[in-house]
Design a protein around this ligand. Structure first.
Ligand code: ZN
Length: 302
């Protein structure tokens, strides 16, 4: 049995047809995200570890559908904030992935409380933000009334009048994987032929089990589903955990808090320390550096 793929995204086409696909598997990047939560002593329930993997896979697959440079962010918020405040993941055009679950175990009703997608988010919202490097960012909001992130995203695809698109996500706390199929504007097939093929491929993909997604290589998964079709493969792309935080962005955040707030913090402590919630890098500002922020209105880098 061949080794499952690690931190790779593979695009493919069904030959002589107007349907394309993407398949992704994450391990090192997913483990880096889970390790970051452990660093901050956040004990996440296993079900939230799983969800983080699904969010990462979805962000990678959606990012690969963008035709321009930018960042795509998926953010799910429960209707009422309890132990869980938010889960979010983003992916840049350069395949840098990161994710975070803001979870406070001390607010959890019991150790055994239900942490599946619907129990956590029912009645809440999934927000999909596309932030192009050039141009306006835009957001789509889906009310969550689904059993899984895959189902919720499938509703998003239906609502956003894009090309017919479906997604299948899986994770197990160790590895995460996802499959995306998309019908293209008709070119090689008639609309009827494409619809028929589309239905057929989706039915096949519906037979893929979560444990197969995380355990099998891309080749094995695609062979298992589509061995009767001829697939054309593109060069796979590597993904990695990487955070887009910076000292400049942290400085802008401090400026937005206002000088009075910063002065109040500095009366309590010797310097300002801001830890990135994604990677836990700590940005430190001395009182002099903090004061400088409000003199120049331009963040200092020294
Ligand atoms: Zn960071």
């Amino acid at each position: 049995m061949s080794q499952p793929d690690n931190d790779l995204l593979q695009r493919f086409l069904f030959e002589q047809s107007d349907v394309r696909g993407e398949i992704v598997s994450l391990q090192d990047s997913y483990q880096a995200v889970l390790a970051n939560h452990k660093k901050s002593n956040q004990r996440l329930p296993a079900a939230i570890d799983t969800l983080l993997g699904e969010f990462l896979s979805a962000a990678a697959l959606l990012s690969a559908t963008l035709k321009f440079d930018g960042i795509i962010t998926l953010q799910a918020k429960p209707k009422d904030t309890g132990a869980l405040d938010v889960i979010m993941a983003d992916c840049t055009r350069h395949n840098n992935l990161r994710a975070v679950a803001r979870y406070d175990a001390s607010k959890a009703p019991t150790d055994e409380h239900s942490c599946d997608f619907r129990s956590l988010f029912d009645g809440g919202y999934l927000v999909i933000t596309i932030d192009p490097a050039k141009g306006e960012r835009y957001q789509s909001v889906v009310r969550i009334e689904h059993d899984s992130l895959s189902d919720c995203l499938n509703t998003y695809f239906q609502q956003s009048e894009q090309l017919p698109t479906r997604i299948w996500l899986a994770a197990d706390g160790h590895r995460a994987s996802g499959l995306l199929l998309q019908a293209l504007p008709v070119q090689l097939q008639s609309l009827e032929q494409r619809s028929e093929l589309w239905q057929h491929l989706c039915l096949l993909a519906d037979t893929l089990k979560a444990d197969e997604q995380v355990a099998l290589s891309h080749h094995q998964q695609l062979h298992r589903l589509f061995h009767q079709e001829t697939l054309q493969f593109f060069e796979p792309t590597a993904l990695q955990f990487s955070c887009t935080c910076s000292r400049v962005r942290t400085a802008s955040m401090l400026i937005s808090l206002g000088e009075a707030e910063i002065t109040a913090i500095l009366e309590e402590q010797a310097s300002i320390e801001v830890a990135c919630e994604f990677c836990h890098y700590v940005y430190q500002f001395s009182p002099e550096q903090a004061a400088q922020l409000f003199i120049n209105e331009v963040p200092t880098l020294h």
